[in-house]
Design a protein around this ligand. Structure first.
Ligand code: NAD
Length: 503
């Protein structure tokens, strides 16, 4: 597809955006709340549309609709295999509308349309196909208990799931929650991030096309306050959340203070990417570069701490500097662009603030180091891909999640020190190890506290493989069979086989 086409599609999609709509009970409705939030294109600062900031009435309506759907004959008695077929249809529709979805994602998030077409949309349709297969395969068991009894378990849906997601992979993060939730027979109220609600609303139309019964998925728009209403709602049985560690903490509190709803949290990271001197330096450098600059560094699993064995440190930094200088930053709809715009002005300020902090802390700027002010990029939230060297593990830029295109390169001597630096973090989302020494790679995979460890690769994702963090990176896992646990509860059923058994 030519870049002219993306622009034409964007124009058409923008013209079709409708302000202030929520998706409740299978219909697009006007929000009762009159409060509005502007959705801005971060590459141009152009207003795309206004969304409603849903308040208590709107959230109550959406939750009530999800509760009714959960109790409805149509949804409750639908065969698991039929639910599976429905999920498959949703996957097909996402694939059919991949270009529209990718362009909408690019418009409000600032990521390149090429990245959205590769990294956002295909895994979103794949997760529906993956869980379509599980709908009738995740079931109970019979247990050989003592006495004249038949004891068996049922895997039952938990009820109404509140899905609250961040703005970096808007549709994908929602699908990672909605697909397993529906496969297990739950219903959902989705609250997309206020900066990037467009694909969630477009997706709602696809749900109707697929024939998902009304109320099974609802979408409420709004910011933190709307999310908090959902997190505190007594009619919500589980919150599945992706976002910052700080908000994750608030969601746990809200659960404790309301109905002890279940909570699963996918939170931040400051992930170590460890390169030993014997690694294939060409591949490791290319991968380390993508690990931090893909999606303009707004990836929870970004390889933001690059730990390089001292012997190859200077060479790797030189290569990274060259690549950073060559990366084309700019218009996300242009297929030639390598890196788009930071999602919002607030995020731009945050990233620039950390770059200044890094300079003050004594790190050296090897590449980038500030805003991209070239004439064509002046209006947007563009940052130059930035590489800091001479970084010490205790510096704030090496400890705090920047969530932008800023790489901290830290030298180390030997595996012990590498592991120590890697674990010197409040986070534990992912890690990578680059070496030809198989034993060392596996030993480090055990030693590093992280939810995923990649060996001689980075950002390995698959619908079948669990993803999630330890420490302050979260609790619970998404994807794979592992996620199904958190969307079901186990009921134990006892049957007396002998009428004389004591009552
Ligand atoms: P955020 O926590 O500010 O917002 C995330 C979502 O929570 C948004 O929808 C927001 O409106 C909502 N929210 C905000 N305050 C709330 C409250 N008090 N109660 C309920 N909901 C509330 O995070 P962000 O800045 O939008 O996203 C970036 C963060 O997300 C980063 O820390 C990143 O690492 C993390 N993230 C993690 C993963 C993962 O899978 N581990 C994936 C993507 C992003």
């Amino acid at each position: 597809m030519k870049d002219g086409n993306y622009r034409a599609i964007a124009k058409e999609l923008k013209a079709g955006l409708k302000a202030g709509r929520l998706f409740v009970d299978g219909e697009f409705v006007r929000a009762r709340s009159k409060k509005k939030i502007a959705v801005i294109n971060p590459a141009t600062q152009e207003l795309l549309t206004d969304i409603a900031e849903a308040q208590a009435d709107d959230v109550n309506n959406a939750v009530a609709s999800a509760q009714r759907a959960f109790e409805s004959e149509e949804w409750r008695s639908m065969d698991a295999a039929a639910r599976g077929r429905l999920l498959w249809k949703i996957g097909d529709l996402i694939e059919k509308h991949k270009t529209e979805l990718a362009v909408l994602e690019s418009l409000s998030n600032g990521k390149t349309v090429t990245e959205a077409l590769r990294g956002d949309i295909p895994p979103a349709w794949d997760i529906f196909r993956y869980y379509a297969g599980w709908a009738n395969k995740y079931h109970g068991e019979t247990i050989p208990v003592d006495g004249p009894y038949l004891n068996y378990t049922l895997r039952e849906p938990v009820g109404v799931v509140g899905a609250i997601v961040a703005w970096n992979y808007p549709l994908l993060l929602a699908c990672w929650k909605i697909a397993p939730a529906l496969a297990m027979g739950n219903t959902v109220v989705l609250k997309p991030a206020e900066q990037t609600p467009l694909t969630a609303l477009y997706f709602a139309e696809l749900l109707n096309k697929a024939g998902v019964p009304p109320g099974v998925v609802n979408v409420v728009t709004g910011a933190g306050q709307t999310g908090s209403l959902l997190a505190r709602h007594p009619g919500v049985d589980k919150i599945a959340f992706t976002g910052s560690t700080e908000t994750g903490r608030r969601i746990l509190q809200a659960s404790a203070e309301s109905n002890l709803k279940r909570v699963s949290l996918e939170l931040g990271g400051k992930s170590p990417n460890i390169v030993f001197a014997d690694a294939d330096l060409d591949v490791a450098t290319q991968s380390a570069f993508r690990a931090i600059f893909a999606n303009k560094g707004e990836i929870c699993s970004a390889g933001s701490r690059l730990l390089v064995e001292r012997r190859i440190y200077d060479e790797m930094v030189d290569r990274l500097r060259e690549k950073a200088a060559a990366l084309k930053v700019g218009d996300p709809l242009d297929p030639e662009t390598g890196m788009g715009a930071q999602v919002s002005r607030a995020q731009l300020r945050r990233v620039l603030g950390y770059i200044e902090l890094g300079k003050k802390e004594g790190a050296r700027v090897a590449a980038g180091g500030g805003r991209d002010k070239s004439p064509e990029n002046r209006r947007g939230n563009f940052v130059k891909p930035t590489v800091f060297t001479d970084v010490k593990s205790g510096m704030k830029i090496a400890q705090e999640e920047i969530f932008g295109p800023v790489l901290c390169v830290i030298p180390f001597d030997g595996p012990e020190e590498a592991a120590k630096i890697a674990n010197h973090s409040r986070y534990g989302l992912v890690a990578a190890v680059w070496t030809r020494d198989v034993g060392l790679a596996h030993a480090l995979a055990r030693k590093i506290r992280a939810g995923s460890v990649w060996i001689n690769t980075y950002n390995g994702f698959d619908s079948a493989s669990p993803f999630g963090g330890c420490k302050e990176s979260g609790m619970g896992r998404e994807m794979g069979v592992h996620a199904l646990e958190s969307y079901t509860h186990v009921k134990s059923v006892w049957v007396a086989l002998d009428r004389d058994v004591k009552a």
